[in-house]
Design a protein around this ligand. Structure first.
Ligand SMILES: Cc1cc2nc3c(=O)[nH]c(=O)nc-3n(C[C@H](O)[C@H](O)[C@H](O)COP(=O)(O)OP(=O)(O)OC[C@H]3O[C@@H](n4cnc5c(N)ncnc54)[C@H](O)[C@@H]3O)c2cc1C
Length: 447
C-alpha cells in the first residue's frame, strides 16, 4: 500500500483472546479479519494514527474463510463494467497488491493469463472482454491467434484468445498474515474468538456484544464476508440484500500432469453470472489447481456437501429474492450440482480448454464459499456493494476480485469513514471517485 513503511516485524503479534470490557473503548471497530477487514483497518490506522482501532474476529486466526480459500489470482481488471467499483478498485488494487507483496517480500508472480474462446459463439463475448479490459486500463491486454496461444500454453486449444500479461498469482492468506503483523506494529488490537452476536445503539456510540465480552465503539466497519448481511441487520441497517453462499470446489492436477499448464487458462465466462468458470491456475506454491465450480451451499460456511445449517437454509429460502433467483438459474444450478458429484463431468469442462486432461489426472482439492449478495428482485448483485447505517459502514458484496482489490477497498472505506473524521489525510485522496452506497453499487447487473 502506498506510503506504508514498516521496518519492524514483531515475532508475535499483539492479539487478544479477551478484549477489555470497557464501554466506548474504541473509536473504530472492524468486524472480520478477512483480507477486506484487515486492509480496511490498515488504511484507517494509517489515516487516523491517533484513533483506537480494533478488529474483532470470530475465528482463531486471520483468513479462515474466503480470504484463505480462493484461487489466489491477482486479477488485472478485465471483466468488470467500466466505471464500476469492481473495475476501478480492481485495477488500482492489483497495482497496490503487487507493490505490497514486493515491499513485504511475499511470494507472488506476474505469470499472465489467457482467456480462451473454444467456439464461434464465444468470440463476441471475448471481444466484449477486450473492450471492457481496455476501457478499464488493463495493461497489455490483447487478442491473440491460436498460434500465439499455442506458444503461451502449448496444451490449450481455442479458436481465439485474450492474453493478459499483467494478471498474477499470490497466496492471499500470506498477505493477510502480513497485514495482521502491520496492524500490530501500528497498535491496532485484534481480538480473535470474538464472534459479534449483537449490536445496540447507545447515545452516539454502538455497543458490540460477543459471548463473553462487550465493547463500545464510536464507529463500526462490517467486513464479515459470508455473515455481512446478518451483521448489517443487527446494526439496524436497511440493506435488503441476502448473502447466498456458493461453494467453489477445486481439484489439483497430479504432479506428473502439471506440465499441461504453464500459468492461468480461463474459459470465456457466462456473461449472466459473476463467476468466471472453471479454470486452470498455477499457484505460487507450484501446484496446478482446477476449478472452482459454483454450487449453491446449504451452509454459509459449508465447505462440503454434507455441511447443512438449517438456519442458513431457512434464511436463504425465505428471502423473496431467492425463489426469483432459483427460477432463473435452476438449470445452471442442477448442472453445477451434478458436476460437483462427478469427476468425469468436471474433467469434460476442463477438456474444452485442455483436451489432454483426463479424470485420472485430477485429485480432490479444497473448497471455498463465495459470499454473493442477492437483491430482492432475485438478481445477483454484480458490483461491490457498500452500505451505511448510523455510525456504521457495511461491506455487503465483496466477491472476486475483492482479494485483489482489498488494499484499494480499504482506502475507499477509509475515505468514507473520513467524513466522520474530517482531519483525515485520506479525505483528499480518491478525487473523482464518488462514494456511493449499495443502491448504486448494485445497479450494474450483467443480465
Ligand atoms: C472459491 C473462491 C475463489 C476466489 N478467487 C479469487 C481470486 O482468485 N482473486 C480474487 O481477487 N478474489 C477471489 N475470490 C474472492 C475473495 O477471496 C474474496 O472476495 C475476499 O477474500 C473477501 O474477503 P472478506 O474479508 O470480505 O471475507 P472473508 O475472508 O470471508 O472474511 C470475513 C471474516 O469475518 C469473520 N466474521 C464473520 N462474522 C463474524 C462475526 N459475527 N463476528 C466476528 N467475525 C466475524 C469471518 O470469520 C471471516 O474471517 C475468491 C473467492 C472464492 C470463495
Amino acid at each position: 500500500m502506498q506510503g506504508i513503511q514498516h521496518t519492524t516485524r514483531p515475532e508475535t503479534v499483539r492479539t487478544q483472546e479477551k478484549l477489555a470490557i470497557d464501554y466506548s473503548t474504541y473509536d473504530i471497530t472492524v468486524v472480520g479479519a478477512g483480507i477486506i477487514g484487515l486492509a480496511t483497518a490498515l488504511a484507517l490506522a494509517r489515516a487516523h494514527p491517533s484513533l483506537r482501532i480494533c478488529v474483532m474476529e470470530k475465528e482463531s486466526a486471520v483468513a479462515r474463510h474466503q480470504s484463505g480459500h480462493n484461487s489466489g489470482v491477482i486479477h488485472a481488471g478485465i471483466y468488470y463494467q467500466p466505471g464500476s467499483l469492481k473495475a476501478v478498485l480492481c485495477v488500482d488494487g492489483a497495482r497496490r497488491m503487487v507493490r505490497y507483496c514486493e515491499h513485504h517480500a511475499i511470494p507472488h508472480q506476474r505469470c499472465g493469463k489467457v482467456i480462451v474462446a473454444t467456439g464461434e459463439h464465444e468470440v463476441p463475448a471475448l471481444h466484449e472482454l477486450l473492450r471492457r479490459g481496455t476501457a478499464n486500463g488493463v495493461p497489455g491486454l490483447r487478442l491473440i491467434s491460436p498460434r500465439e496461444l499455442h506458444e503461451l500454453e502449448p496444451h490449450a486449444v481455442g479458436i481465439a484468445a485474450l492474453h493478459s500479461p499483467a494478471t498474477g498469482i499470490v497466496d492471499y492468506a500470506a498477505v493477510a498474515r502480513s497485514m495482521m503483523a502491520d496492524l500490530a506494529a501500528l497498535g491496532v488490537e485484534i481480538g480473535f474468538k470474538h464472534q459479534v452476536t449483537d449490536i445496540q445503539r447507545q447515545g452516539t456510540a454502538l455497543r458490540l456484544f460477543t459471548r463473553d465480552a462487550e465493547i463500545g465503539t464510536s464507529h463500526l466497519i462490517n467486513c464479515a464476508g459470508l455473515q455481512a448481511d446478518i451483521l448489517a441487520d443487527m446494526a439496524g441497517a436497511d440493506t435488503d440484500v441476502r448473502i447466498v453462499p456458493f461453494r467453489g470446489e477445486y481439484y489439483f492436477l497430479k504432479p506428473e500432469r502439471q506440465s499441461l499448464v504453464k500459468a492461468l487458462i480461463y474459459p470465456v465466462a457466462d456473461p449472466r453470472l459473476p463467476f468466471l468458470g472453471v479454470h486452470f491456475t498455477r499457484t505460487v506454491h507450484g501446484e496446478v489447481e482446477v476449478g472452482p465450480n459454483a454450487v449453491l451451499a446449504l451452509a454459509r460456511e459449508g465447505y462440503s456437501h454434507f455441511t447443512i445449517r438449517p438456519r442458513d437454509v431457512w434464511n436463504m429460502v425465505t428471502y423473496p429474492g431467492f425463489p426469483r433467483l432459483a427460477r432463473r438459474f435452476w438449470r445452471t444450478g442442477l448442472d453445477e450440482f451434478s458436476r460437483s458429484f462427478s469427476k468425469d463431468r468436471f474433467a469434460r469442462s476442463l477438456q474444452r480448454l485442455v483436451p489432454e486432461v483426463t479424470p485420472d489426472d485430477l485429485m480432490r482439492g479444497g473448497a471455498g464459499v463465495r459470499a454473493q449478495a442477492v437483491a430482492r428482485n432475485g438478481k445477483l448483485v454484480d458490483d461491490f456493494a457498500i452500505a451505511r447505517s448510523p455510525r456504521a459502514i457495511h461491506v455487503l458484496n465483496a466477491p472476486s476480485p475483492a482479494a485483489t482489490a482489498s488494499l484499494a477497498i480499504g482506502e475507499y472505506i477509509a475515505k468514507l469513514t473520513s467524513e466522520a473524521f474530517p482531519e483525515s489525510p485520506s479525505a483528499s485522496r480518491w478525487r473523482g471517485l464518488s462514494a456511493r452506497d449499495w443502491t448504486s453499487g448494485h445497479a450494474d447487473h450483467r443480465n
